[in-house]
Design a protein around this ligand. Structure first.
Ligand SMILES: Nc1ncnc2c1ncn2[C@@H]1O[C@H](COP(=O)(O)OP(=O)(O)OP(=O)(O)O)[C@@H](O)[C@H]1O
Ligand SMILES: [Mg+2]
Length: 462
């Protein structure tokens, strides 16, 4: 019979009967499979170990080691346990087929052999065997691939972690750099602002100071002299009640009584005005004090008052709104060692912001705000236990929306029109209080209620 098979394989036939071996050999000769023979269990096991057949046809009844024992030994040997075993039994043999299957056999063929059946069964089991082998190889490859992938994945994960860490480090470095840059910018602008403005103000204040003091000093003499003239005139009038016509005409022309009455009042208002100018000059010189490198003991109230005096022009009434009220609730404060010019700048920034916020109320309400009174309340307090001075500056201006509050930390954030605000006032103030004075600056603000700033300065700094 000419049989072509697609499966390749090595088949080990185990039988003690040479006839059977011959018959099977004849049957399988044309299949192209390689046939090996063994005539007992021992040699079957030895050949199986040596040649690794793809299938074993194993006789059950054999002298010495029978088929079942041989099968058991093959199955318990790791080298041979995967080889499929087909038992061969004679129809007349009374064997327990179930035992064979439980030992690991895959099939039975009966003697006398049906040639086609033998080939068909062998072919089927070879196919299964080959498929199983392929499967095992594929599984092995898959396992290896999975292992490789897992290794790559682990490496990737490590790289990702490393990358993430590096990105994190870089980001924090960058944000630190950005922060430093912003701080440097703030300091620069502050110094620039202070140097240009301070120089100008200090120069003008110095120039005006001498003439004003000169006027102020002479006004008291002028007042004395005037009184002397008036006294003299009164004496003349007393002793010469009938002057010549020319003097009578002149007296009527100049209204001497009115002059005598009014002149001291004029001198007094000139005195008041000049005194105010002197105070203003003092405030300006105090504000523009240039030496910000050395901390000195400062009367905080004097600082605040001088700033308020300078800002008088913005606090007073104007055509758009009435005067802004300033309420001072000062407690006794010790002198605080501070950097004068920068601290003045903080007060200036906060007061200007407060005035702007109050004016916004008028801009945002077309209706006449007859009941509204712009107010800035200043409270100071000394906490002996913690050795800190607190200055609270509250306005009842427009207040900040949650969005404005959130964006305040952005560099140069302003809600003011171009040219009016640079958005640096609060950053500069925070830097001056927190870094230069080791204090704290914080605020509370609600739309429609107003804003309150707290400045806390330790009187002793470490
Ligand atoms: N008292 C306040 N009431 C309401 N809003 C305020 C108050 N103070 C500050 N703001 C808000 O905070 C923003 C930032 O204030 P900041 O003083 O830093 O800058 P600016 O006033 O806009 O400009 P400048 O640099 O001239 O001070 C303001 O534009 C304003 O919107
Ligand atoms: Mg401001």
């Amino acid at each position: 019979m000419n049989i072509t098979t697609v499966e390749t394989g090595i088949i080990l036939i185990v039988d003690d009967n040479p006839n059977n071996l011959q018959i099977l050999s004849d049957t399988l000769i044309d299949t192209g499979w390689k046939i090996l023979f063994a005539i007992n269990g021992e040699s079957a096991i030895a050949q199986a170990e040596y040649a690794c057949p793809d299938l074993i046809l194993l006789d059950v009844v054999m002298p010495g080691m029978d088929g079942f024992t041989t099968c058991d030994r093959l199955k318990s040997n790791p080298q041979t346990c995967d080889i499929p075993i087909i038992f061969m039994t004679a129809l007349s043999d009374t064997v327990d087929k179930i035992q064979g299957f439980s030992l690991g056999a895959v099939d039975y063929i009966t003697k006398p052999f049906e040639q086609e059946e033998v080939i068909a069964r062998v072919k089927t089991h070879l196919k299964i065997r080959n498929l199983t082998k392929q499967q095992q190889i594929q599984n092995q490859q898959l396992r290896a691939e999975i292992g490789e992938r897992l290794a790559v994945q682990a490496k990737l994960q490590m790289l990702t972690q490393d990358l993430e860490q590096r990105v994190e480090e870089r980001t924090s470095q960058l944000s630190q750099t950005l922060h430093n840059l912003h701080q440097a910018q703030v300091s620069l602008v502050q110094r620039e602002k202070m140097s240009a403005l301070g120089e100008l103000v200090a120069g003008i204040a110095h120039e005006i100071n001498n003439p004003v003091n000169f006027i102020l000093g002479n006004l008291s003499h002028a007042s004395e002299y005037t009184q002397s003239f008036i006294d003299l005139l009164n004496l003349y009038q007393e002793y010469y009640p009938q002057p010549v016509a020319e003097i009578v005409n002149k007296l009527a022309e100049i209204d001497l009584d009115y002059l005598i009455d009014d002149f001291p009042a004029i001198i007094s208002s000139m005195h008041k005005g000049t005194k105010r100018m002197a105070q203003m000059i003092h405030a300006l010189r105090y504000f523009s004090c240039r030496d910000d490198s050395i901390a000195q003991p400062i009367d905080i109230h004097e600082g605040i008052d001088s700033i308020l005096l300078i800002l008088q022009y913005r606090l007073q009434a104007n055509p758009e709104r009435p005067e802004i009220q300033v309420i001072k609730e000062y407690e006794n404060l010790p002198l605080v060692t501070c950097f004068l010019a920068p601290l003045n700048q903080v007060f200036m920034n906060i007061f200007i912001n407060a005035i702007d916020a109050i004016e916004e109320v008028f801009f945002n309400n077309d209706l006449a705000l007859s009941h509204y009174q712009g107010q800035i309340r200043i409270r100071t307090n000394f906490n002996e236990q913690y050795s800190v001075v607190t200055i609270q500056i509250a306005d009842n201006g427009i207040g900040m929306t949650p969005e404005v509050k959130q964006r305040l930390s952005e560099p140069m954030f302003t809600t003011k029109p171009i040219g009016k605000g640079t958005g640096l006032g609060l950053s500069i103030s925070r830097q001056i209080i927190e870094e230069k004075h080791k204090g704290n600056l914080w605020f509370r603000s609600e739309v429609g209620e107003g804003t309150e700033f707290w400045i806390e300065i330790p009187i002793v700094r470490n």
